[in-house]
Design a protein around this ligand. Structure first.
Ligand code: ZN
Ligand code: ZN
Ligand code: ZN
Length: 763
């Protein structure tokens, strides 16, 4: 008889996104495979594993732990140390421990393929169960009350597991082993349909069929989902879509649609390989896809645009409903324009009763409102336009750790906030524009939830430079011992640099609508030489008066008039911009410019796009910010085009781009009958070429080799791609946003990166 091999023991600590993703059951299976004993448990922010057995088997276990981890998990590090064997004779999953430290929380996960198959299998006991989930799918962040992630600390605590669910939960061989959301038709949440007074019409599968039939006949249905309510209607019925627009008070801003499968997405739009990957990923964002010419989607879904926002069903309820409806549905956030998304049943009935005819409700409480994320593919890689469901509250590392916990309150528009401890940044979901009581309340609720979940008590506040923003007041009212102020475009550039781990000086192009400059004027087309600690303005667009101030955002003719006031000789070339403008309005605006009354100076790229749309005669008025730029991009498509003249001159050591010759040329060419699409393309190439030349000159002048592209204007794929290509052709390294949006949603992360660096330096 040979001696038993010596028993070794090791303690492993796995950090990253490892809770709520089936990690412990996976570890259990792996330990069984290698005949190891010991235990695994969730501790705050990590999974701890104690294994003992043959030393070679432990080595293989350690290797396979990273190699075979569940696809939805994300391992940051595995630390391994020697431990003392306990002589245990089994491997167990033990109860969670709690401790301090950073605590990753899993984002909500879309329904996985195995659950989807069971959902449509009449022989399965969860056939048509709208709350089917497993260890790899289902809600997470939006149902978690506190950590660690166990059922009793989620809104699933209201549902007692039945015997069969309990045995699956306890069975290490079952794919629902330790699935905290496990449920079935016997014991789980349920779904029902009401009219808009709250009176119940039907329940369960009948409710879903009932809702589907009403959707097909033109009703608007409010549907409770994972992060809040959607308003749904038949996306192929133009009359119904327009009725929804009227009731929601949303004229033209595009609606997202939902289809059940990738095949369905291909029947309404053109889908590339990368777009398919993005559509079908566990995050399931809305993806902007090129509309198919034969597409049955109603024109009023995305008026004037060549793209539609498409997402695939991501909850079992969506799958069942779309299967029953058999056509694409508009799925837009359950709110009135600019208000936060509704999450509770009673709240939705109160707020949405004048919009929806029917309500498809359920009783699994939503603890946090989270909107759908939005993304597109540019040059073969995803570009996030709104980071929300599926991505939050995933933590992101800062390149420089903050010596003190801090809160960055973000921008005024498309607000998010960021909480930081050490080098870990927790960026909130999209909150919206901070200009109403409701969105302010949403901000405070989200902040309270984040400080509680992540147990961060900030000591430093970080805010924008603008003295008048509500976010500035919010930061001051936090009453923290110190407030750090960060300029808007510096924050844009810092956000992109920081997510790429870059702390050295870069040339940053920050192109957007509006940000408060350090000279008191409005900035918005800036080239800064910047690192995380500071910046210097190296180039910008020529500044123009914007008569009517904020009105200019909705009325592109005002931007055109501002430019014209700098060069009255171009009046003929600018004529199309004022075709539909009343003489009286124009005269008032001219007086505002003359007397410098309510005509702030701005160097905004967004307003230059507006002015271009106006002189081309495309539109003098918009119903949402960004409409003119989006339409110009749609028109330009991928048509090849030569840039027009867009001169740069130097003033006081700063390069200034003068767009007046460009606008004049566009107006003249259009009046001579040149094709609108070609002119839109030439406009894009002119901006891209001039910006790239400026970036190159600044890079040369300062001896820099890296350019950062940031700001809402880079949501425009043609602009982003063209600037990048031009710079890379000249051997510059170009960094673009990946984890965050180019737009103001990234500002809080940029503010946090700057503040952490400033604090770390001891300033
Ligand atoms: Zn699943
Ligand atoms: Zn059950
Ligand atoms: Zn901005």
């Amino acid at each position: 008889m040979s001696a038993a091999p010596p028993v070794a023991a090791r303690l492993l600590r796995v950090t990253g996104v490892v809770q709520g993703v089936g990690f412990r059951p996976f570890v259990h299976r792996l330990a069984m495979r290698h005949a190891l004993v010991g235990w695994v448990r969730n501790v705050a922010g990590a999974v701890e594993i104690h294994v003992e057995g043959d030393v070679e088997e432990i080595r293989t276990f350690h290797r396979e732990l990273s190699a075979e981890a569940p696809v939805v998990s994300q391992i940051d590090a595995v630390a391994i140390v020697h431990a003392v064997p306990t002589g245990s004779c089994e491997f167990r999953i033990v109860a969670s421990a709690d401790a301090d430290g950073n605590r990753p929380i899993t984002a909500d996960l879309s329904c996985c393929a195995e659950c989807e198959a069971e959902l449509f299998d009449p022989a399965n006991r969860r056939y048509e169960h709208p709350f089917i989930t497993c260890t790899s799918c289902g809600p997470r962040y939006t149902i978690i009350r506190s950590l660690p992630y166990d059922r009793e600390r989620t809104s699933m605590a209201a549902f007692q597991r039945c015997e069969r669910c309990e045995s699956e939960y306890l069975d290490p061989a079952n794919r629902r082993h330790h699935a905290e959301t496990v449920a079935c038709p016997e014991c789980g949440p349920s779904v029902w349909l009401t009219d808009n007074s709250g009176a119940e019409r039907s329940r369960g599968s009948a409710a879903i069929r009932d809702a589907a039939a009403r959707l097909r006949s033109g009703d608007i249905v409010a549907i409770r989902g994972i992060g809040g309510f959607h308003l749904a209607c038949d996306a192929t019925d133009d009359v119904t879509v327009r009725r929804l627009r009227e009731r929601k008070r949303r004229d033209a801003r595009p609606f997202a649609i939902m289809v059940r499968t990738l095949g369905d997405a291909r029947s309404v739009s053109v889908v590339s390989v990368e777009e398919a990957r993005l559509l079908g990923g566990a995050e399931r964002p809305v993806v902007l896809l090129r509309r198919d010419e034969e597409s049955p989607i109603a024109p009023s879904v995305s008026p004037g645009l060549d793209r539609i926002g498409v997402m695939l069903a991501y909850t079992p309820l969506h799958h069942l409903l779309l299967e029953a409806v058999g056509r694409p549905l508009v799925m837009t956030s359950g709110n009135l324009t600019d208000e936060p998304i509704a999450i509770g049943n009673a709240e939705a009935l109160r707020r949405l009763r004048d919009i929806a005819n029917l309500f498809l409700l359920h009783d699994r409480e939503i603890l946090a409102g989270v909107d759908d994320s939005v993304a597109r593919v540019v040059d073969g890689a995803p570009l996030l336009l709104r980071r929300a469901r599926g991505y939050v509250p995933r933590a992101v590392r800062l390149p420089v750790a903050s010596p003190r916990p801090l809160i960055a309150v973000g921008a005024h528009l498309k607000n998010t906030f960021t909480l930081v401890r050490g080098d870990v940044a927790h960026v909130s979901s999209h909150i919206g524009n901070l200009d109403s009581v409701e969105s302010l309340a949403h901000f405070h609720d989200s902040l309270a939830r984040y400080t509680d979940l992540f147990r961060i008590a900030p000591e430093v506040a970080v805010r924008d430079l603008h003295p008048g923003y509500l976010s500035t007041r919010v930061a001051e009212e936090l009453g923290l011992s110190r407030t750090i102020v960060v300029q808007h475009h510096h924050a844009h550039i810092a956000a992109v640099a920081a997510e790429h781990g870059v702390t050295t000086r870069v040339v940053g192009l920050a192109f957007d609508g509006t940000g408060f400059g350090d000279d008191g004027s409005i900035w918005g087309a800036e080239t800064l030489v910047a690192d995380l600690n500071g910046y210097r303005r190296a180039a910008h667009l020529r500044s123009v008066p914007l008569p009517g101030g904020d009105l200019a955002v909705r009325e592109p003719w005002r931007s055109a008039l501002g430019y014209l006031s700098l060069d009255p000789a171009s009046a003929d070339a600018f004529a199309l911009a004022f075709r539909d403008v009343a003489d009286r309005d124009r005269a008032t605006a001219e007086r505002q410019i003359e007397r410098r009354l309510n005509a702030p100076h701005a160097s905004s790229l967004g307003r230059l796009f507006d002015a271009a749309a106006a002189v081309l005669g495309l539109r003098a008025r918009c119903s949402y910010e960004g409409q003119a730029p989006m339409e110009l991009e749609s028109l330009a498509g991928s048509a090849l085009a030569e840039p027009l003249s867009f001169p740069v001159r130097e003033t006081d050591g700063c390069l200034v781009l003068d767009p007046i010759p460009l606008l004049s040329a566009l107006g003249e060419l259009r009046q001579r009958g040149e094709d609108l699409a070609i002119l839109a393309a030439r406009f894009h190439e002119s901006v891209a070429s001039a910006s790239a030349e400026v970036a190159l000159a600044v890079a040369d002048g300062f001896g820099l080799d890296t350019v950062v592209l940031a700001g809402g204007s880079f949501q425009n794929a043609r602009l982003l791609s063209s600037v990048r290509t031009r710079l890379e052709a000249r051997r510059l390294r170009v960094l673009v946003p990946r984890q965050f949006s180019p737009n103001d949603g990234a500002i809080s992360f940029g503010q946090a990166a700057v503040a952490a660096s400033v604090l770390a330096r001891g300033d």
